[in-house]
Ligand binder design. Sequence first.
Ligand SMILES: C[S@@+](CC[C@H](N)C(=O)[O-])C[C@H]1O[C@@H](n2cnc3c(N)ncnc32)[C@H](O)[C@@H]1O
Length: 425
Amino acid sequence: MSTAPVTVVGIGADGWPGLAPGSRAALREAEVVIGGPRQLELLPEDCTGERVAWPSPLRPAVPGLLAAHAGRRVCVLASGDPMFFGIGRTLVDVLGDAAGLRVLPHPSSVSYACARLGWPLDDTEVVSLVGRPLSSLVAALHPGRRLLVLSAGAGTPAEVAALLAARGFGPSRLTLLEQLGGPRERRVEGPAEGWPHPPGDALNVLAVECRAADGTPRLPLTPGLPDESFEHDGQLTKRHVRAVTLATLAPAPGELLWDVGGGSGSIGVEWMRAHRSCRAVAVERDPVRAGRIARNAEALGVPALRVVTGAAPAALAGLPTPDAVFVGGGLTAPGLLEACWEALPAGGRLVANTVTLESEALLTGWYRRHGGELTRLAVARAVPVGGFTGWRQAMPVTQWSVTKPRGPVAEPVQPVDPVQGELQP
Ligand SMILES: C[S@@+](CC[C@H](N)C(=O)[O-])C[C@H]1O[C@@H](n2cnc3c(N)ncnc32)[C@H](O)[C@@H]1O
């Protein structure tokens, strides 16, 4: 790999005239300049370095290109701020760290957008739809919030407008900002519902002021979405138990969950909604339910949830190592709990829920051997009883939760006799 530092130069729609003196000097001194064809055309003739256009797809070509020019003064051109949804991230990944990189940023498209709109960037949600499904936007829709959407192309604004209208956010105000910072900068506005503008320039950012239509369901940030938020056939961890289950699973940014026996996918979906970097794999043996999990993930803004159709434990083979495992179905399948426990790294969490006595007996055995917490969750709801009101009790859920020990194995939990005190094992 290259030993000389690679200089990454951010360049905007204003091209060469908009570059800072340091960026111009780096480009003039470069022996090789790598960039997109459109970016390379922005350079003047006195940038005499060899010009190399990125091939498509770009990512797999990066290591080879850097190796081919090792030891030369290399500049890589990036659009706007190289470290913001840009080539800078790819280069750090490929080089292993930032030590061999010198990054000279230019204002990003979102800096320009906030400057034009008078929006504080620190209080504006940014969603990139470049290489990501449109439905990723859904998790960011909250009344009163401001979003900047990085478009994938000229067609994105109309697609976003249609999605907003379909999801009850038709009254939202949209501002389309094209070619920000360049001589062809253009701005048009309109409501999401009935968005009136034909496709324009492919280089655009869409600003969204979220406004919900009357009756649009609220989708809050905390786990425990209303049961009606999910398409389901009854195989759904209900709201109150789901909220407790997510709290016990305790998602943190970047973590991966296995949702084993995914049912409708509600646990995996709410895990992923906890933070945009959270990932989940739902394993479901029933193909109809597996399809439903994918639809729920899409509808609730986490289309990256991975669905594996197959019966655990066999279907768990080869999955990436989880940070937490939830078992919502299949507890009595031979070897299932063993496979989940085996896959979990030290410090990983396992939570299993059941309503059957057979599975409860199994969980009690695991609780004795590995410790953790055994909890019984009994939720009752008030319902009409004739002209009065009474409690309707849902089936109680037994929950075992445990953190896999990092050091020596935990002392087994001794069964306790309420009269005699501690029993002998
Ligand atoms: C009670 S539901 C889980 C509900 C789910 N947590 C939710 O909120 O939608 C249990 C699910 O586990 C699935 N299941 C049972 N045994 C399984 C196995 N061995 N492998 C994969 N899925 C299994 C069933 O098909 C069912 O959909």
